[in-house]
Design a protein around this ligand. Sequence first.
Ligand code: ADP
Length: 482
Amino acid sequence: MNLTYPALLQQGILINNQWQTGNNTFPVYNPATGQQITEVTDAGTAEAEQAIEAATTAFSNWSSRPAKERADLLKKWYQLVIQHTDDLAILLTTEQGKPLTEAKGEVQYGASFIEWFAEECRRTYGQVIPAPVADRRFFTIKQPIGVVAAITPWNFPIAMITRKIAPALAAGCTVVLKPAEDTPLCALALAQLAVEAGLPAGVLNVITTQQAAKVGKVLTTHPNVHKISFTGSTEVGRILMQQASSTLKKLSLELGGNAPAIVFDDADLEQAVKGTMASKYRNAGQTCVCANRVLVQRSIYPAFLKAYQAAVTALKPGNGTEQGVTIGPLINQEAIDKIQTLQKDAVEHGAEIVCGGNIHEAGPLFYQPTILTHCTTDMRLSQEEIFGPVSAIYLFDTVEEAIALANNTAYGLAAYFFSRDVQRVWHVAEQLQYGIIGMNEGIISFAEAPFGGIKQSGYGKEGSFYGIEDYLITKYLCLGGV
Ligand code: ADP
């Protein structure tokens, strides 16, 4: 891996703006080649406590600075991230696998949260509330909640971090970040740039570890941590919530999804294919907002399948650093095993493989872009996240049937549908039990827009003006004797 700025490849953990390398390390692999990239420090509970200590000490100074000062530092960080886009994208593709163009897109998307929250923190207004009695005045002020622990996944090793850390830092919180063990390098590179931007010691601390459960326990039970922000599986979200209950920490949980993409008979076919493709195959199908179920109205099904199959078979799997590659490997063997198990179960229950269905010749972690038709609700993939490049197509006849099918899940993160009928659009948008709805569109995430789920997809919003609220408390002030 050739970086023009080698300082972005860090192997230690960052506490108090000091890089510390421990005796224990763990390897980081390139999923496209299976080769080891490097080793990073395997932090334990002692390091987690040190990091919390550093963040606790730094809080008083950081939180009392004027928002404008924090904004200026964040803007510098943003500029450095943008300046190093190419290197960060190489790092991202090498440890995570997505094609380089997608990686560059993620760096820019990730950076946009830093820029956005640098701007938003100057507008965390309180209120003056008319009091019901003559001699008192009521006010609210917004203040940072305290030390934040952020636990992030491997599918967006840059954006999932900035989406949490930028609003936390902007609000005046200090942070301990634990990135995913599969993709620690982007987190360390971002931290290096934050230090270079002038972030004071202890404000952002990063601990890499492969002992997630042990370190997670410290983060979720330590009395000095006041907020946990987590993106990952619903299963782990439940554990963190349970652990955090001992000290009643505030939580933001971005958990699993089971997104439907509904193609109605009045859809613009081209738009429906483009939107479903973008939602399904981005990041090789490894996002929590990927279309997990494609629901197609019977009358439009033959035309849709023909166009969709043409688009899917045109995808080019391969090492993300190679020109022309549009789909990378899956993150690890577990991901491959899961897809194969779900596909096998679907086929046993009557699904048909229209294309793909096997490991791709590009390597053991590559899966052929696949379409399964005749999917039904008794198949495991109708309830479980596929998290790979496999489209599962279901048929329906009526609008109400589609809505019922779409809502038939414990999850509630993102849903998509394609229709040109304005009444249908409004009706379906209101009826879908999801936190995010893409209408005639498959790409819905922006720094300016609120991202977050309902039901067992978690709670809290990331991005938008709501995104900083998760890191603020509202304090009520009552002034008497006026
Ligand atoms: P995925 O299935 O996408 O890997 P996980 O929920 O397992 O999702 O992982 C998301 C993040 O949660 C990663 O950073 C991982 O290390 C971390 N994690 C996993 N288990 C725990 C745990 N018990 N406590 C704290 N963090 C955990």
